[in-house]
Design a binder for this molecule. Structure first.
Ligand code: G3H
Ligand code: 13P
Ligand code: ZN
Length: 317
């Protein structure tokens, strides 16, 4: 089937008490691995492209690779989503290029500026009369800590989403989903050793009470699998104290109002661990197809694990 937007996908996820995985794509192997896992488990899936991915791979390559995946899995609902769009112009360009969903991330702006920017993107994306299709828009309120496209938000600058703002924001902007900050953060170093990694599910529930039936998004939701960190550190890597979100808390969030869970760092760790292991065990190899096969297989393992054990989206396509 052609690419879809996230409207119906999120409605089903909300009603079914599960979440759809939004995985970042940067190259062909990652696109293949994610869609092979989703295809084998009959799971809906979101492939998201960041500004950094556009710079690395060239947007056109990524769009065509995602479209190729749609052809390979004609029964699978796949969304092509812009991750962390930072301007109207970038969102417009992705919409014009065929993306079916965009995020406009105005979370760093003063509240009224975030409302105005998000509304401007929604007005363009939702104009079915002008472009013949409805593109879904994700907005964000609250501020996650961590690294994102070379911007490092310190723990002190991070802010939980204020439930008092969410109704006003959604009504005035027209967004289709809302990313919130409840203790997740970007990157592989989400907590300090000895810290108690805990999400503020009470804030999530209060937001859900204010926005009944409305899809909520969690960014920064990688779990940083410790077996991969160990493989990386034992084979030449240096990732001391990399710690992620416990999976049981993400499962809990997926049962509640969270319909989209963003995962990037865990794919990077899976790919890197497999490639480091490959080089350590095959020092004579120099054909990228050899080590990238292991990398791709392990990204597929990560996505399979997430769909089955965290998201609950198996057989929901
Ligand atoms: O939220 C950020 C994603 O992990 C994308 O990361 O900007 O390095 O591509 P990137
Ligand atoms: P992680 O760094 O936790 O994988 O978060 C990814 C993300 O939020 C992409 O938007
Ligand atoms: Zn993010």
């Amino acid at each position: 089937m052609p690419l879809v937007n996230s409207k119906e996908m999120f409605q089903k996820a909300y009603e079914g008490g599960y979440a759809v995985g939004a995985f970042n794509v940067n190259n062909m192997e990652i696109v293949q691995a994610i869609t092979e896992a989703a295809g084998a488990l009959n799971s809906p899936v979101i492939l998201q492209v960041s500004s950094g991915a556009r710079k690395y791979a060239n947007a056109k390559y990524l769009i065509h690779m995602v479209k190729a995946a749609c052809e390979n899995f004609p029964e699978l609902p796949i969304v092509l989503h812009l991750d962390h769009g930072d301007s109207f112009e970038l969102c417009k360009s992705c919409i014009d290029d065929g993306f079916t969903s965009v995020m406009i991330d105005g979370s760093h702006l003063p509240y009224e500026d975030n409302v105005a920017l998000t509304k401007k993107v929604c007005d363009y994306a939702h104009d079915v009369a002008a472009r013949g299709r409805y593109v879904t828009v994700e907005g964000e309120l609250g501020r996650l800590a961590g690294i994102e496209d070379a911007v490092n938000v310190s723990d002190e600058d991070a802010q939980f989403t204020n439930p008092d703002e969410v109704q006003d924001f959604v009504t005035r902007t027209g967004v289709d989903s809302l990313a919130i900050a409840i203790g997740t953060s970007h990157g592989a170093y989400k907590f300090k050793p000895g810290q108690n990694p805990k999400l503020r599910l009470d804030i999530l529930d209060e937001i859900a009470r204010r926005l009944p039936g409305f899809p909520i998004v969690l960014h920064g939701a990688s779990s940083v699998p410790q077996d991969y960190v160990k493989i990386i550190n034992e084979h030449g890597g240096n990732m001391p104290d990399a710690i992620g979100i416990p999976e049981d808390q993400l499962r809990e969030a997926a049962h509640r109002a969270v319909c989209k869970i963003n995962i990037d760092s865990d794919l990077r760790l899976g790919m890197t661990a497999a490639i480091r292991l490959h080089f350590a065990t095959h020092p004579d190899h120099f054909d990228p197809r050899q080590y990238l096969t292991d990398g791709r297989n392990n990204v597929r393992n990560v996505v399979t694990h997430k769909i089955k054990n965290v998201l609950g989206s198996e057989n929901k396509a």
